[in-house]
Design a binder for this molecule. Structure first.
Ligand SMILES: Cc1ncc(COP(=O)(O)O)c(C=O)c1O
Length: 427
């Protein structure tokens, strides 16, 4: 049907509903353009983006430097496959390993592929280097995790919708509670077949659950004690989102260059990145580790047609350069403190919001209603009407994660929109 015959938004909503799989439940808004912290819908209405494509667009929408890198490289060379070398991959590997402080990198495309890659490396390391009998290597995971959507990954998801009816499930995963070092110690001490511990430094999809400040330090010590690989999934938390380069950096206060401050930084054995690694302009993910671990993978044992392609690697290098040049981690740290302080001031006299939690610009508020309620959804619809786009992570939790290029003045405008909207829902 011709778009002019219907409201423009309805035309696009109808087509998606009629011809697409119903695997998402999007907020009813149809976006056509983005720039920095702003999005515009097909009718020209302007919004603040408070989701950043699940923390992929940390550098802001259509960042001119990233778009320039993308379009220039797209006219030069896009894909060679790894059957041949290309003149971008080596530069990317050097740049990115130095940037994050690891010896090697395995390039993939989506976050879930990065997690799958880390699982394979860990299992092979367990069998070949730790001496776990073949086929017996296990990985400890946290309850309420979110690591992606592949068959193996949903095998260890505790979310019924993600998990149920998709079996037979992949065995070899041991769930423990998040933010519980004693549970980790207990399982590692009693099972010599554990090869790795896979953890999100902050559980994003679960509702921005932020663990105790010393949790990751304790995890590191326990994993080292039992010769188990610590695998940090920083797909959502990494690349400046939490006010440090990585969430494993802890409460760093690095001002210019990343110093990996000894008193706060926790170094995982495997680091998984995706999303903002390419500023949301192209799917790029990666697993980083030191040589002795990475070298368990030999030719023919892992790979991807698109992984490490010249377009993706060029975009990722520019996206990472933008993060440093524009001091996005420092900005996220400062604005995050202001945001939580202002939200707390509102919550102190609110009956509809219970609490705000998070780090840097990865935050969430918990609505004072049941998890099954639609209050958070209705608040997000009203936020949309008032010019700000956010999405519930569960029935009663709303995540707030704007692009990190936001200014303080824009943040104040956003807090005003959010608190005005929440006031409409106060009993
Ligand atoms: C922590 C974490 N891991 C993995 C993924 C999966 O990434 P992708 O959707 O790119 O496969 C996500 C996506 O939200 C995530 O937040």
């Amino acid at each position: 049907m011709d778009p002019s015959a219907l409201s423009k938004q309805q035309y696009y909503l109808d087509n998606e509903h009629r011809y697409g799989a119903h695997d998402y439940h999007p907020l009813p808004v149809v976006l056509a353009r983005g720039e920095g912290v702003y999005l515009w819908d097909v009718d020209g209405k302007k919004y603040f983006d408070f989701l950043s494509a699940y923390s992929a667009v940390n550098q802001g929408h259509c960042h001119p430097r990233i778009v320039h890198a993308l379009t220039t490289q797209a006219q030069t060379l896009t894909l060679t496959s790894r059957a041949f070398h290309n003149n971008k991959l080596g530069d990317y590997l050097k740049f990115t390993t130095e940037y994050f402080g690891f010896e090697s990198l395995l390039p993939m495309n989506t976050g879930a592929e990065g997690v799958e890659t880390a699982i394979k490396i860990t299992r092979k390391w367990g069998h070949v280097l730790k001496g776990i009998p073949e086929g017996m290597a296990k990985i400890v995971v946290c309850r309420n995790n979110f690591h992606g959507r592949t068959t193996t990954i949903i095998s260890f998801s505790s979310d019924a919708g993600s998990h149920n009816h998709f079996g037979p499930h992949t065995p070899g995963f041991v769930p423990i509670p998040f933010d519980d070092p004693a549970a980790l110690e207990d399982v590692l001490a009693n099972d010599p077949h554990i090869a790795g511990f896979l953890v999100e430094p902050i559980q994003g999809e679960a509702g921005v659950y932020t663990p105790a400040d010393d949790y990751l330090k304790k995890v590191r010590a326990i994993c080292s004690k039992h010769n188990v690989l610590m695998i940090a999934d920083e797909i959502q938390t990494g690349v400046a989102r939490t006010g440090s380069l990585l969430a494993v950096c802890g409460q760093c206060s690095c001002e210019n260059a990343c110093e990996r401050q000894a008193d706060t930084y926790v170094r995982p054995d495997l680091l998984i990145l995706g999303k903002a690694l390419s500023g949301g302009a192209y799917p790029v993910s990666a697993v980083l580790s030191d040589r002795k671990i990475m070298d368990v993978i030999q030719p023919g044992q892992h790979g991807s047609t698109f992984g490490g392609n010249p377009l993706g690697t060029t975009v990722a290098m520019e996206a990472l350069a933008v993060v440093k040049d524009e001091r996005l981690m420092q900005n996220a740290r400062r604005l995050g403190q202001i945001f939580r302080k202002q939200m707390q001031a509102y919550i102190d006299q609110s009956r509809i919001v219970q609490l705000v939690r998070g780090k840097g610009l990865l935050n969430a508020i918990v609505i004072n209603d049941l998890e099954e309620s639609d209050t958070a959804w209705n608040i997000c619809l009203r936020l949309r009407d008032n010019g700000l786009l956010a999405k519930p992570t569960h029935g009663n939790i709303i995540r707030f994660a704007p692009p990190l290029v936001m200014t303080e003045e824009q943040l104040h405008q956003c807090v005003e929109i959010i608190t005005t909207t929440l006031r409409e829902f106060e009993p």
